[in-house]
Design a protein around this ligand. Structure first.
Ligand code: ADP
Length: 485
């Protein structure tokens, strides 16, 4: 691998389907919204390419950003058709952002319910358009940094596209796996329509059990593969945690690295957060008590001293609902209160609503996506529940730690790198070691013991969490070193 000239300012284009504050489905948007600006602060010439999904250009203008239309169109050939896009660039703000406008992105909900040769096309267009950016915008990145399966076609094209591989680009590529659960499976030969050459369709290329696997292609083709926490980097190289790609990742382990995600600590700051009813810091937690009271009031619950567990996140298998639901009756019996905010799989949404119908004074839920409610849940709880089956990094536990709400979290992936058992050095929460309702209840039992019997210990764990540095200042230099290498 070539070594970059260390005196040169490195130029990096991040390509992602989502990024705050423009469009968001999950944690990927938070990361892509905050990593490139930190990298820019630390000296890299970082820019971001984002699809202009419905509402994205308006969101940019609402933030007061000036948008400049790039005169040349972006032309990409897919299936013998020329697909044309328009590029808009922010001319102010902390990070230059290119928004790609095209009919491909209109009327879509970012990720399709079902991935097929048609519904993947917005992602193919985004990926190939990134390769046209240097022609169209006259800015020539050294590194293309792709995020998750939706931008894997970019790396695949550099290696196997009949036209793009002849262009002799000098890019190095970084592929970041935010969640190995979504790999992008398609019928193998549907990729011919994109211009992918036959030599890609082997087990050394994209082929995966008779189909095509986009993430596999990106892992094979990328100059470096990163994932979002050191423990997850190890887990995905095992049979158990590799979701079918463990062997492949092991065989590429020389280029796989786990770099812990950071948090946008300016946005997630209990001292300044405008969405909270009161602000606070580790020095004075009076405001947190007010946030707790406000949340109780909003839920129609009287303060009776019972511990309040909150949770914010997608209600999907990954987040541990199959161990949480059977544990609820015992939690109620033990005097816990639980407020869950999120949405996802219908069966979990329904089960939670049924539980709140059955125990209205102990269980409550908000089904939907709401930034304000999320902030209030992070601040208002005594404990934050995160019994994930697997968790690449997890941002919610970082937020809850920063807001002084002790996480009760499964010891897995990024949770294992950031939540430390109460009583151990740096103890800031409670770990679920065994993935079962009993394992969850055991951690809740330890949390309750501290809540009822050890106010000083509880406070020390709170301070330990609130004082931790989960900002990008810690992780951005690691990415910088990777780019330089
Ligand atoms: P994942 O990326 O697996 O969804 P993370 O913990 O990495 O989980 O990040 C989730 C992000 O999305 C957090 O910022 C969390 O606050 C936010 N979030 C998830 N669900 C909701 C919701 N229903 N309302 C508001 N914010 C939400």
């Amino acid at each position: 691998m070539a070594t970059a000239d260390s005196s040169k300012r490195i130029k990096v284009l991040h390509v992602s389907p989502e990024a705050v504050p423009f469009c968001k489905v999950g944690g990927l948007a938070d990361v892509v919204g905050s990593l490139p600006p930190s990298l820019k602060k630390s000296g890299a010439d970082c820019r971001l390419l984002l699809p202009a999904w419905d509402g994205v250009l308006d969101a940019a203008r609402d933030k007061g950003l000036k948008l400049e239309r790039i005169p040349r169109s972006v032309d990409v050939a897919i299936d013998w058709r020329v697909c044309r896009g328009t590029l808009w660039k922010t001319s102010d703000g902390e990070l230059p952002v290119y928004f790609l406008e095209s009919p491909f992105f209109q009327g879509k909900n970012i990720y399709p319910q079902q991935l097929d040769p048609e519904s993947v096309l917005p992602f193919v267009f985004l990926s190939f358009a990134a390769l046209e950016l240097e022609e169209v915008s006259e800015w020539n990145p050294d590194i293309l940094h792709c995020h998750d399966w939706g931008t894997a076609p970019l790396i695949i094209a550099l290696l196997w596209h009949k036209y793009y591989r002849l262009r002799q680009f000098e890019y190095r590529t970084v592929f970041t796996i935010h969640n190995l659960a979504h790999q992008g499976h398609l019928p193998l030969y549907s990729l011919r329509d994109w211009g992918i050459a036959e030599d890609a369709f082997t087990m050394f290329g994209l082929e995966y059990y008779g189909g095509a696997n986009l993430m596999k292609g990106a892992v094979v083709g990328a100059s470096a593969v990163t994932t979002v926490s050191p423990t997850y980097a190890w887990e995905i190289q095992t049979e158990e945690g590799g979701a079918g790609l463990g062997g492949l990742l092991r065989s590429h382990s020389h280029k796989v690295r786990g770099i812990l995600n950071g948090l946008d600590t300016a946005y997630w700051n209990p001292l300044t957060d405008p969405l909270l009813p009161a602000n606070y810091s580790q020095k004075d937690l009076t405001g947190k008590k007010k946030c707790r009271n406000a949340l109780l009031e909003q839920l129609g619950w009287k303060e009776d001293g019972r511990p309040l567990f909150t949770s914010v996140g997608r209600m999907v298998d990954q987040k541990g609902f199959d161990i949480l639901l059977p544990a609820i009756p015992r939690m109620v019996e033990w005097g816990c209160r639980l407020f869950l905010a999120g949405s996802g799989q219908h069966e979990y949404e329904t089960a939670i609503q049924e539980a709140s119908g059955r125990w209205p004074d102990s269980i409550a839920s908000f089904i939907g996506y709401d930034e304000e409610i999320a902030h209030q849940a992070y601040a208002g709880g005594d404990f934050f529940l995160m019994p994930s089956k697997f968790e690449p990094c997890g941002l919610s536990q970082l937020i809850s730690l920063r807001y002084g709400t002790l996480p009760v979290a499964r010891s897995v992936g990024g949770l294992a790198d950031t939540v430390f058992e109460y009583g151990a050095p740096g103890g800031n929460g409670f770990l679920i070691f065994d993935y079962s309702p009993e394992g969850l209840l055991s951690a809740i039992g330890r949390a309750l013991d501290v809540f009822w019997n050890d106010a000083g210990g509880y406070r020390a764990a709170q301070v330990s969490g609130m004082a931790s540095d989960f900002s990008w200042d810690r992780s951005a230099p690691v990415y910088h070193d990777l780019y330089r290498s």
